[in-house]
Design a protein around this ligand. Structure first.
Ligand SMILES: C[S@@+](CC[C@H](N)C(=O)[O-])C[C@H]1O[C@@H](n2cnc3c(N)ncnc32)[C@H](O)[C@@H]1O
Length: 299
């Protein structure tokens, strides 16, 4: 492995068991050199010195041993934002962008229904992890007040660093256990959560990046629903009238989560599909929602 091309050929073969060895090899070499992937492809004959070759071999070895790519590079993109990640925090998934899209889609309607005296919309992200959901919402809607809640010290530290680095230091962060982090009587227009929802004996826990990620970010009791039950039960009391609770969940959990939301007294309960047609987010609305203003006056 003397130059970029030969190093990448070697690394692709070493990583052959992974889904996309070519991409991962390029990401790791670009990370090591502090360059872009397009730089590697533009200069395939550029030489690697002995120190760089050894360091690259070390990164490939770590990846072969199962360390997630995002933990090796310390970065993962979410909603076009570059987030710092590391052991102790869940690696944000593209799947969670559905929750962000749905929340952003509800905001104009909530603003239209707002009483003129009400201040900015208030949005809470329960179990913020790296801060992914809170950062995505805050970057799109600087007019809203966002609160990011997290129980884990390690994750909260990473979320705070991400929010600062992204210029989103105005997002409030709070350490706590689900709704216990809220003040008595504190209410929100939107409460969002991607909680742990994997069953403790799910074989997926042994696959991909999951064995290296914090178990408390993934597993939620025997059926994966413990935290979804807790949040569905506690969050409605913290919704403003007409506010929405949105929960990400596993593809087979939609019916159970809709039932939990209805039992908690929410209305307009439904699930939304991801691009693969799987139900991945369920949502419900607090009672006494004001009706949307009519678009035109009836004669
Ligand atoms: C599935 S991860 C989601 C992280 C992030 N929101 C994302 O979408 O990438 C769930 C997060 O909830 C946090 N968590 C677990 N139990 C919690 C609790 N009782 N109170 C607050 N946060 C909790 C975990 O530490 C973890 O960061």
């Amino acid at each position: 492995m003397r130059n970029y091309r030969t190093a990448l050929t070697w690394a692709r073969a070493e990583l052959a068991g992974l889904d996309n060895p070519a991409l991962e090899a390029e990401v790791l070499l670009a990370h090591l050199l502090g360059r872009s992937r397009s730089h590697l492809l533009a200069w395939p004959e550029r030489a690697l010195d002995a120190v760089q070759q050894r360091a690259f071999a070390g990164l490939i070895q770590r990846r072969r041993a199962g360390e997630p790519l995002a933990y090796i590079t310390g970065r993962r993109e979410f909603w076009s934002l570059e987030l710092e990640v590391g052991p102790g925090v869940l690696i944000p998934r593209a799947d969670t962008e559905l929750l962000v899209e749905l929340a952003l889609g509800l905001i104009p309607e909530l603003i239209a229904e707002q009483a003129p005296t009400q201040g900015p919309l208030r949005i809470a992200d329960l179990g913020t992890g790296s801060g992914a959901i809170a950062a995505a919402i805050a970057s799109e809607r600087p007019d809203c007040q966002v609160l990011a809640v997290e129980r884990s010290d390690a994750a909260l530290g990473i979320a705070r660093a991400n929010l600062q680095r992204l210029g989103l230091g105005h997002v409030q962060t709070r350490q706590g256990d689900w709704c216990r982090a809220f003040n008595p009587g504190e209410r929100f227009d939107l409460i969002l959560s991607n909680p742990p929802y994997i069953a403790s004996d799910d074989p997926h826990l042994q696959q991909g990046d999951l064995p290296a990620e914090p178990i408390q970010a993934l597993v939620s009791g025997a059926d994966g629903l413990d935290d979804l039950r807790l949040i569905s039960a506690c969050a409605p009391a913290h919704l403003r009238p007409g506010g929405w609770l949105l929960l990400e969940h596993g593809f087979a959990q939609g019916a159970c989560v809709r039932q939990l939301l209805r039992q908690a007294g929410l209305e307009a309960v439904r699930s939304e599909n991801d691009l693969a047609g799987q139900q991945r987010v369920s949502l419900g609305r607090g009672k006494n929602g004001r009706l949307p203003k009519p678009a035109f006056a009836l004669g």
